[in-house]
Structure formats: structure tokens, C-alpha cells
Design a protein around this ligand. Structure first.
Ligand SMILES: Cc1ncc(C[n+]2csc(CCOP(=O)(O)OP(=O)(O)O)c2C)c(N)n1
Length: 613
């Protein structure tokens, strides 16, 4: 009987001996490979933390002790061990379990994650609440070296080190973000990583001394003092100590007995401690070990991507524009692959900046470039730009600087779920003073907008989803603040939609309604801020407007149109299709839209009813 079948609850891990734990690690790896190659997901990151997760469950008492997984993309083993073994086959799929920790799913998921660098702040809050209520549980934040580069981490370390609150940080250092990790912190960790032997030597010695009756404990204390002095000479791990944390490591993250011993040791600590664990991303699967970037996140075998990627087109077009214009620069926050910027990095390394997982810094740094005459393009996922609200406002818009935001993965994202939906950017970008917001309907229009953006002198956003789904030959020249007529009729009924998915849906709706003798006009709202006021001014009171967008209603296209029409005392009837405030449905993008009621059949019926009323 596989050992995994004997694990009915997390505490069962504690009854295993080291040999059995090692066998269980192998079984878990196989389970991950079998599952994730079908469902898609973060394979390499999870393969790297098998022993670490087992050791945590061996030493601690969850859910009494609290584990907070940073980003949370590496919590699959945690899920398997906490009663979700049978559901793991459904991870990231429609009606399945989430690919990230989720409090609604399990009491073992203490804090929802998805965006990087939150675990130390959240952990400190939980630890402080524990102390206020005189509880004794342990708080363990597990964070990767990539997530460690985010600014919030340093804000949290600064606070934690000063307050001396008891908590444990496990730094899971695999020298990789999605791409190889970058920056000064990474260089520092690389130096520390080289001193592996020190940590084991110290600990083995400690163990032996500790076993000496009576004087053992005293000797351990003396040893610790000596060790503290020695460490400054021997290794370079003092950065964390200077923040006020105790630093232990580096430790081999695949040596489970050693890991257990170290974790037992830090569990006893009455001050904040950072334990530095070195792991290999993709461990146990040769192709993933060799190519962790490709295996960071893999596609489901039911992958619904149509291969027409906006990101690829963005990378190519921007690279070409940079060839012709030496003032063009590109910025990514650790997402060069996903955003299509790899080619730019290769061709123009001097004007390419990967700033690590630091979206706020990315935006203000771009503002600095723009203030000094360059034309920066911040290429960023919609969901991660949320991190930079104030930087966009304070550092770009108030100075009216010509930074262009290329907002990738706008709209519904599918399997990554609620934390990654790109359904808020129209709302938070529309409040920015002097911001122009555009939304190309297809790849050709993205290319046109990028070329057009070169001479644009104020803040600009171009938002697009992952895949291009619309097929049309209509491509009228870009004119500031002007919409495009995609389908005309002599009726007073207008679908005004932003982006390819919505326009495609609008065209399908128009087809269905045509068979019922209802003719519609379809408008491509390629400018969302400003709206096409000339068009709106011409609308008659008897007109019907149906707005469609893959953003929430509040602050989006539909609400902006309604607001304008009211301000002009127009009486036309208006109906909105927009995303709800929160979309937790998992699955392919199509499955999510269908579950939300965004189907041509349903919408055409509703529009027909709307026209009768
Ligand atoms: C704020 C934010 N920006 C970007 C991402 C995208 N992202 C997900 S995982 C990851 C790399 C994380 O690296 P690390 O913490 O070292 O974890 P590893 O996968 O290497 O174990 C990135 C950039 C994110 N989740 N959150």
C-alpha cells in the first residue's frame, strides 16, 4: 500500500520514520507530475518544496500552528496532505479546488495568497493577534527568493525585527523567480548559498553537545554566542540579523532529516527567526530541473489558448519600435516570459529592465526614465498593476509623464482564478488624471496602437487579454478619442463593446437577433478614456445602448458612458454587461464566461426583452 494512502490527516506524517518520509516524498513527486501535467499549474515550484512541506508537517501542528505560503503557487503538497488528495486532480479546473491557498477551502489555508511578497506582513499580523490573545501557536511564513525581492517584504522585516515578535520565516531559496532571479538581494543570497557546510556542521555539533547531561544546555548557549561571532566571519548572512532577526542556514532543502532537526530547533526560538533553505526548482523531474522557467507554470492538456498571443505581438512590435527609435525602453517586474519581452531583452539589453517582483518600483522608475526624455513602456499583467496605484497616480499622472502601460491579461484569466482576474484595471486607471485608456480589438490593432503611441506625450494605457479571439478585416486608422464602427445598420440600437472577446460576443448576438429582424450597430470602443463624445452627443433619446466589457461595471466603460449621457440629459435606454465585483469561478476562460452568463444565446434573449420594454 502506498504510504500516501496511509495519510488520512496531516498528523499522520508524524508517525512515519525518516525512510518512510523519503519514500513518501517520492510518491508525492509522482502524484504531482501525474496531476499537474494534466491540469496544468505550477509544477517546478511544487516539486522543489516536497521535503520542505513534509518536514513542516512533521514538526509543526497545523491548523493550530499557522502556515502562510507566499504567492501560494507552491502549496499543492500542503493541499494533498490536508485532506485534498482526492480533489487534487481538479486543481484549477471548473468546480475544482484553487491553485492557491484559499480559506474557503480548508482551515489549514490560513491566509489567501496569489500575489507575491505578502506572507511576512500577514504572518506578523497573525503573530501579533496571537500574542494579544495569549495564545501560543507558531506562525510560519514560507517565502521564495523571488517573492523576497518585493518591497513589502522589507517593510515587514523592518517592523518585525524592531518588534521582536515571535515568528518563523522559511526562505525557500531556489535561485529562481519565474526567470532566474535578479538583483542585489539575489547576489547576496548566492554568496550565502555557497556556505552550505557551515549550517550542518554547526547543528550536528550542537546536537552532540545538547546530549551532554547537566552542562549540555549551558554549552549550547555558549556555543550560540561563539557561533554568532563566528558567523560574521564565516558567512555573509548578516543582512537579516541586522534587521533584528535570527538567521539560520543555509540548509539543504532536500535533506529531510536535517530539515526536521533545524525546524525543531527554530520552533523553540522565542524571537523572530529566518531559516534559509536551499532547494532545487523542478527537483526529481529531469526536464524541469534543466528548464525550470518552462516548467514554472505549465498549461493544462485542455489548454484553451488559441495561439494568437497579444503578448508575443507586443514583444515583437516593441522590439521593432526600439530598433527604429533609440528612446524606447521596456520594463517588466519579473515577467519577461509571460509578457513577451524576452525578445526585447535579447535585442536591446541596454534598454530592457527587469526590476524583480516590484511593480511599484517599476512604475516610478519608468516615470524617472520618462522625466529624462525616454519613452518607457511598462509591460505588466492587469492584476499586478494593482500594486502600483499610487505610483501611477503620484509619479506618472500628476506630472503628466509619457509612460505607456501595456496591460496584459486584462479580463478573465481562467485557471489562476480570483486573485489574478484582470477585471479592475479600467476602474482604477480611469480615475487617474490625464490618463488615456485604449483597448485594441485584435493583434493588428495592438500593433497600430503601439506605433501610434510613439508620438503620444502623456500617460497612456493599452489593455489586452492573453489571446486574440476576434477575426475581422476592419482596421480603420487610430484617431485620438474615436471609436470604430464594426457593423452598421439603420437602427438606433448600439452595442458598444471594449476588447476582442466582447466584440466577438456582440457580433454573435447581432447575428442571432438579425434572424429575428432586429438589426444592431456594433461599435469598437477602442478608446475608453476619453470616450467618443462626438458619437455620444449624436445619440437620440430614442436610442438603445448596450455596453459590454470584461471589467467590473463601476468605473468601467458602461458606467462612464452612463455618467456622460446623464450629464448631457440624454434619455436613451442603456443596458450594461460587465463583470461582477469578484470572479471566483475556476476553469478555462470560456467556462468562466459561460458560468457568468456571457453567452450569445442568453444575451440575445435579454436584449430582445430589453428592446420590448
Ligand atoms: C505581485 C506579483 N507579481 C508577480 C507575480 C507572478 N509570479 C508568480 S510566482 C513568481 C515567481 C516567484 O518566485 P519565488 O518566490 O522564488 O518562487 P518559486 O516559484 O521560485 O518557488 C512570480 C513573479 C505574482 N504572483 N505576484
Amino acid at each position: 500500500m502506498p504510504i500516501l494512502d496511509r495519510i488520512r490527516e496531516p498528523g499522520d506524517v508524524k508517525s512515519l520514520n525518516i525512510q518512510e518520509l523519503k519514500l513518501l516524498a517520492e510518491e508525492l513527486r509522482q502524484c504531482l507530475i501525474d496531476t499537474v501535467t494534466v491540469t496544468g499549474g505550477h509544477l517546478a515550484s511544487n516539486l522543489g518544496v516536497v521535503e520542505l512541506t513534509l518536514a513542516l508537517f512533521y514538526v509543526f501542528e497545523p491548523p493550530y500552528d499557522k502556515f502562510i505560503w507566499d504567492v501560494g503557487h507552491q502549496a499543492y503538497i500542503h493541499k494533498i496532505l490536508t485532506g485534498r488528495k482526492d480533489q487534487i486532480k481538479t486543481i484549477r479546473s471548473y468546480e475544482g479546488i484553487s491553485g492557491f491557498p484559499n480559506r474557503d477551502e480548508s482551515s489549514y489555508d490560513v491566509f489567501n495568497t496569489g500575489h507575491a511578497s505578502t506572507s511576512i506582513s500577514a504572518g506578523l499580523g497573525i503573530a501579533r493577534a496571537r500574542d494579544i490573545s495569549n495564545e501560543k501557536y507558531n506562525v510560519v511564513s514560507i517565502i521564495g527568493d523571488g517573492a523576497m525581492t518585493g518591497g513589502m517584504v522589507f517593510e515587514a522585516l523592518n517592523d518585525l525585527g524592531a518588534s521582536k515578535t515571535r515568528m518563523i520565516i522559511v526562505l525557500n531559496d531556489n535561485n529562481m523567480s519565474i526567470s532566474p532571479n535578479v538583483g542585489g538581494l539575489n547576489r547576496h543570497l548566492s554568496k550565502v548559498r555557497l556556505s552550505k557546510r557551515y549550517a550542518s556542521f554547526k547543528f550536528k555539533t550542537l546536537k552532540i553537545i545538547n546530549q551532554i547531561p547537566l552542562i549540555g544546555k549551558f554549552l549550547v548557549k555558549t556555543f550560540n554566542r561563539v557561533r554568532d561571532n563566528l558567523k560574521f566571519a564565516l558567512i555573509n548572512g548578516k543582512m537579516f540579523e541586522q534587521f533584528g532577526l535570527k538567521y539560520i542556514g543555509p540548509i539543504d532543502g532536500h535533506n529531510i532529516d536535517n530539515l526536521i532537526e533545524f525546524l525543531q530547533h527554530v520552533k523553540e526560538s522565542d524571537e523572530p527567526v529566518l531559516i534559509h533553505v536551499v532547494t532545487q526548482k523542478g527537483k526529481g523531474l529531469p526536464c524541469a530541473e534543466k528548464n525550470p522557467v518552462e516548467y514554472h507554470g505549465i498549461n493544462s492538456i485542455h489548454n484553451n489558448s488559441n495561439g494568437h498571443s497579444f503578448s508575443k505581438a507586443l514583444g515583437k512590435t516593441l522590439t521593432k519600435l526600439a530598433e527604429e527609435n533609440n528612446f524606447v525602453a521596456a520594463i517588466t517586474a519579473a515577467m519577461a516570459e509571460g509578457t513577451g519581452l524576452e525578445i526585447f531583452k535579447k535585442e536591446h539589453p541596454d534598454r530592457f529592465f527587469d526590476v524583480a517582483i516590484c511593480e511599484g518600483h517599476a512604475v516610478t522608475m519608468a516615470a524617472g526614465l520618462a522625466a529624462s526624455g525616454l519613452k518607457p513602456y511598462v509591460v505588466i499583467y492587469s492584476t499586478f498593476l494593482q500594486r502600483s496605484f499610487d505610483q501611477v497616480l503620484h509619479d506618472v499622472c500628476l506630472m503628466k509623464l509619457p509612460v505607456t502601460f501595456c496591460i496584459d491579461r486584462a479580463g478573465i484569466v481562467g485557471a489562476d482564478g480570483v486573485t489574478h482576474q484582470g477585471i479592475y484595471d479600467l476602474s482604477y486607471m480611469s480615475v487617474m488624471p490625464d490618463m488615456t485608456i485604449t483597448s485594441p480589438k485584435d493583434i493588428k490593432e495592438l500593433e497600430m496602437l503601439l506605433k501610434w503611441s510613439l508620438d503620444f506625450k502623456t500617460p497612456l494605457a493599452i489593455r489586452y487579454p492573453k489571446d486574440s479571439v476576434l477575426e475581422t478585416d476592419i482596421h480603420t486608422p487610430i484617431q485620438y478619442g474615436k471609436w470604430e464602427l464594426l457593423k452598421s445598420s439603420d437602427s438606433d440600437i448600439f452595442i458598444v463593446a471594449a476588447g476582442g472577446s466582447m466584440l466577438k460576443l456582440g457580433l454573435e448576438v447581432a447575428e442571432i437577433l438579425k434572424s429575428q429582424n432586429i438589426n444592431l450597430n456594433i461599435i469598437n470602443a477602442r478608446f475608453i478614456k476619453p470616450l467618443d463624445y462626438e458619437f455620444l452627443n449624436k445619440l437620440l433619446d430614442k436610442s438603445y445602448i448596450i455596453t459590454m466589457e470584461d471589467n467590473i461595471l463601476h468605473g468601467g466603460l458602461g458606467a462612464s458612458i452612463a455618467e456622460y449621457l446623464v450629464s448631457k440629459s440624454k434619455k436613451c435606454k442603456i443596458k450594461h454587461y460587465a463583470m461582477p465585483e469578484k470572479v471566483s469561478i475556476l476553469g478555462t476562460i470560456e467556462e468562466v464566461y459561460t458560468a457568468l452568463g456571457f453567452t450569445a444565446e442568453k444575451i440575445s434573449k435579454e436584449i430582445a426583452d430589453f428592446l420590448i420594454k
